[in-house]
Ligand binder design. Structure first.
Ligand SMILES: [Zn+2]
Length: 468
């Protein structure tokens, strides 16, 4: 491997600053589309490092773009910084806090954005030192968790002149993310009926809550007749009030419909819509369908994934010391055997490896079948060849989106994982820029896939980010 020790030196020289950045963003714990302080911190760092900065992209005040360098070749780094609602925001504990309900970084996006930004800075530094002409573009992307910041950026064309997009995600181990991610549509079904005295004049009422319940029953019957790999989830977001003696004139249910292939999504969503219309018909109510978000499935790029796998194979995972493992053991006390077993499967951790943290590189498996939920990184992958990897930042088996994930977010081992991810991102960027044949092959593969596969327009043309 080419000597890239200047990247290591650059990252080591900034490790305190960036662990401080990720800790700050952990504390901000801002939700999607409202990551004002997190986005500002990224913006300031980009400006301080000579990047040309734009904010407020595609109607999103917390979207940040920084570009540096010259030339036709442009590489994009994708960062995130949004938190999740309803998590206990407490660090360094393996006990669930009584103060639940606050926002928290249960998915590690405070580490994600910090590492992606540091990786971009390090890559640019190396190119500058060696007089290589290329542009590095860093995206601070809002709202991955319950939004689709990247889908709006992709729709607005921000990736059109980019050769490849690189990113990562915190995980239980370190390796290329090869599993499928699901296409999805999220929509509100708003039923409107007629209020009435529930005892005195029930025959005059038309219950919107009945319609929600009948819709849910109907969709639960639909499950037998859809692809077994599809997923349909719902949450009743308005039950119509707290008085059982009033017929509910309004009620609302939020549906998230997912399929492995984007091509199967709209037909399944239409069937869910028909069930809603049936429920409205049965109850004498009306239904309005409001799309909230939509996202494609991931188009993996085998060329980039294989190159990244080679890099991770050579570099390995983060190096943990005995103190890290001891802290890991502490958190492991709060993790069930079932969660550990599931993580071993998902992160391909060998059965005979029993420690709490994984320094091992994952075996590269392009046919990995474990579904990784949904992500708006997928929307970038249809706009530009994209690759991403997991890096070990938490104890094996820590459930995603959990208070326990939040609690580990400022641990020394989490910082080590974050700095290691920055290193891998910087190495990958430099290697791709210095090996244009890999980027050309990746682009060829991407173009052929785009010609072969049909991807429906999932995002309604008039859907705008829910930003003030
Ligand atoms: Zn995440």
């Amino acid at each position: 491997m080419k000597n890239l020790s200047d990247l290591d030196d650059f990252i080591a020289g900034r490790q305190h600053h960036f662990t401080g950045l990720s800790d700050s963003i952990w504390h901000f714990a801002e939700l999607g589309y409202a990551e004002y302080r997190s986005a500002e911190a990224h913006q300031k760092l980009l400006e301080a490092n000579g990047f040309r900065v734009q904010t407020g992209l595609a109607g999103m005040p917390t979207a940040v773009l920084g570009e540096v360098g010259e030339g036709d070749l442009c590489l994009a780094y994708l960062g995130e910084f949004d938190a999740l609602p309803g998590l206990s925001q407490e660090a360094h504990t393996n006990c669930r806090s009584a103060g639940e309900g606050e926002n928290g970084h249960g998915c590690g996006h405070h580490l994600l954005g910090s590492a992606a930004l540091l990786g971009a800075l390090a890559c640019h530094h190396h190119l500058q030192q060696h007089g290589v002409k290329a542009r590095i573009r860093y995206f601070g992307c809002p709202a991955e968790e319950n939004g689709i910041g990247k889908a709006f950026l992709a729709r607005a064309g921000y990736f059109d002149d980019v050769a490849a997009a690189l990113t990562w995600h915190p995980g239980s181990s370190t390796g290329v993310m090869t599993g499928p991610t699901m296409a999805n549509i999220q929509a509100y079904f708003r039923f409107r009926g007629k209020a009435a005295h529930a005892a005195g004049a029930p025959h005059l009422g038309r219950s919107a809550l009945d319609a929600v319940e009948l819709m849910n029953v109907g969709v639960n019957y639909l499950r037998e007749h859809m692809l077994p790999t599809a997923r349909v989830h719902y949450a009743i977001t308005d039950s119509g009030g707290r008085a059982p003696n009033v017929v509910q004139a309004r009620a609302e249910v939020l549906y998230l419909v997912r399929t492995q292939d984007s091509a199967d999504l709209l037909p399944l969503f239409e069937r869910v819509r028909k069930v809603a219309e049936g429920a409205a018909l049965m109850t004498g109510t009306e239904v309005e369908v409001v799309i909230d978000k939509a996202s494609a499935h991931m188009l993996h790029n085998q060329t980039l994934d294989a190159h990244l796998a080679g890099l991770i194979g050579r570099v390995g995972g983060p190096v943990f010391d005995e103190e890290d493992y001891a802290r890991g053991d502490y958190y492991r006390q709060a993790i069930s055997a079932e969660d550990i077993r599931e993580a071993r499967r998902k992160f391909a951790i060998p059965a005979d490896y029993t420690r709490s943290l994984s320094p091992l590189p994952m075996r590269f498996d392009p046919a990995h079948a474990a579904v990784g939920g949904s992500t708006d990184v997928a929307d970038v992958s249809w706009a530009v060849p994209t690759t991403q990897f997991y890096c070990a930042t938490h104890v094996i088996g820590t459930p995603g989106h959990s208070w326990l994930n939040v609690a580990q977010g400022k641990e020394h081992f989490a910082h080590k994982g974050m700095l290691h991810a920055a290193r891998l991102l910087a190495y990958l960027g430099v290697e791709l820029i210095e090996q244009p044949e890999v980027l050309e092959a990746a682009r060829r593969e991407w173009r052929e896939s785009r010609e072969r596969l049909t991807i429906p327009a999932l995002l309604p043309a008039d859907l705008q980010p829910p930003c003030q």
